[in-house]
Design a protein around this ligand. Structure first.
Ligand code: ATP
Ligand code: MG
Length: 414
């Protein structure tokens, strides 16, 4: 991508009402734009990050044998009445159609859609287990949407639903899902700072599990075991004051951002929709369900909170918008030709490059590069004399390479 053609520009100005670090940095660097509290546009650079997060999540869900689908955002009132949540779901956006006068909701989650949907296809024990997921925009009328991408009123979530004959089968899939979640966060560079957290299981199960990333901007209070790095959520700490994993007595209060959670729903949503299957003897049973969420857009905010310094963003390679930021300093013909040829060669090789071909000072270009936070900076100037100065966003040292060495350094990202 030629930076001179990029839709966005960086800005030094900080919007006065943007208090969160992630939203401030992401807006300044041109990744997102705030429409209203908790509602953002994802701009070309930001969308590239969002898509990479999505893709990591998608790959791990497919590896769990889940099938991707896309359910509607617009929900009829009847489905929400069926589970009793039309009146009790406190962040549900509800509205009346101007024409038909019917009531609708904007989907904050999809149990009310997926259970009746599954009823059309799951009839007997032979149709189980089944797993489906989507990556879909959710709407929630959140009271406090002041944390940028950490708490949207419109946000992107991955939600997976599993359907089983019995609890034993749910339990074993739940374990697999938990392991897949660990891989998702590891692949994004959040492995070390994301902890499994025991939370309330609601009315059906003893626990549910959250994945909490330890960042100061996190909105949840959790109690962390120093020995095994497992935590307990605030809502159950009085019932569970010791480490549920190793029994250690001392848990330390800290804050986290919930990036995902997994929940044994059992028959909570199958029962109201009479989602049942026939066993081998022809007897009907409620289908047993699990649900598994990951906050895709929240993760982008968490990554910005975790990976930045006073100069700007510092993306981990697997989620960076581009792999290389090629920067040309000066307008001399030799330099211009060298930079253009390098851009072409890298691009042809499948390396994702943002090429700063603008007529700007070195100061402006370096400041912008630091703000945008692409992992590798590649400088071409009169001074580099036909070679390239390579520098990592997170280190000060530079190395001088020729084009072949540059090409060897970068492999095509999956
Ligand atoms: P929270 O306690 O943070 O409100 P939740 O328990 O309501 O989250 P779920 O309903 O289980 O969350 O949603 C699944 C995932 O979606 C969460 O783990 C989180 O990562 C993400 N998520 C939930 N609410 C929001 C939001 N308002 N903005 C962005 N992401 C969200
Ligand atoms: Mg919530």
């Amino acid at each position: 991508m030629l930076q001179s053609q990029l839709f966005t520009k960086t800005s030094r100005a900080v919007s006065a009402d943007e208090v969160s670090v992630n939203a401030r940095l992401l807006a300044q660097a041109g990744f997102i734009d705030k429409q209203l509290a908790g509602v953002y546009s994802f701009l070309p650079l930001g969308l590239r990050v969002l898509r990479r997060i999505e893709q990591i999540v998608r790959e791990e869900m497919l590896a769990l044998n889940a099938q991707e689908l896309l359910m509607p955002v617009l929900h009829p009132k009847a489905n929400w009445e069926q589970t009793g949540r039309w009146d009790t779901y406190d962040t549900l956006f509800r509205f009346v159609s101007y024409h038909s006068k019917n009531d609708y909701a904007l989907g904050p989650t999809h149990e009310e859609i997926v259970a009746p949907l599954a009823k059309k296809f799951i009839l007997s024990y032979q149709d189980l287990p089944r797993y489906v997921f989507q990556i879909q925009t959710k709407f929630r009328d959140e009271k406090r949407a002041k944390s940028g991408l950490l708490r949207g009123r419109e946000f992107l979530m991955k939600d997976l639903y599993s359907f089983h004959c019995d609890e034993a089968d749910l339990d074993s899939y739940y374990e697999r899902a938990q392991a897949a979640y660990v891989r998702v966060f590891e692949r994004m560079g959040l492995g070390e700072d994301t902890v499994l957290t025991f939370a309330s299981g609601g009315t059906f199960a003893k626990y549910s599990h959250e994945f909490q990333t330890l960042i100061p901007a996190g909105e949840d209070t959790i109690y962390l075991c120093a020995d095994c790095r497992v935590a307990v959520n605030k809502e159950i700490i009085s019932e569970q004051p010791t480490c549920p994993n190793c029994g250690a007595a001392e848990l330390t209060e800290t804050v986290g951002a919930e990036v995902g959670n997994i929940f044994k729903l059992k028959t909570k949503y199958s029962a109201p929709f009479a989602l049942q299957y026939k066993d081998q003897a022809g007897k009907e049973h409620d289908v047993v369900m699990g649900c598994y969420g990951i906050g895709i857009s929240r993760l982008m905010g968490v990554l910005a909170e975790k990976f930045h310094d006073d100069k700007g963003l510092r993306w981990p390679e697997p989620v960076a918008p581009y792999q290389v930021h090629l920067i040309r300093l000066g307008e001399e013909e030799k330099v211009t030709e060298q930079a253009a040829a390098a851009y072409h060669t890298l691009h042809q090789a499948g390396v994702e490059v943002l090429y700063d071909d603008r007529t700007e000072s070195a100061g402006v270009k370096f400041k912008d590069a630091d703000l945008i936070g692409i992992p590798w900076r590649l400088v071409v100037s009169e001074k580099t004399a036909g070679r390239f100065e390579l520098k990592s966003r997170s280190e000060e040292s530079v190395t001088l390479l020729d084009l072949k060495e540059v090409l060897n350094k970068f492999s095509v990202r999956p």
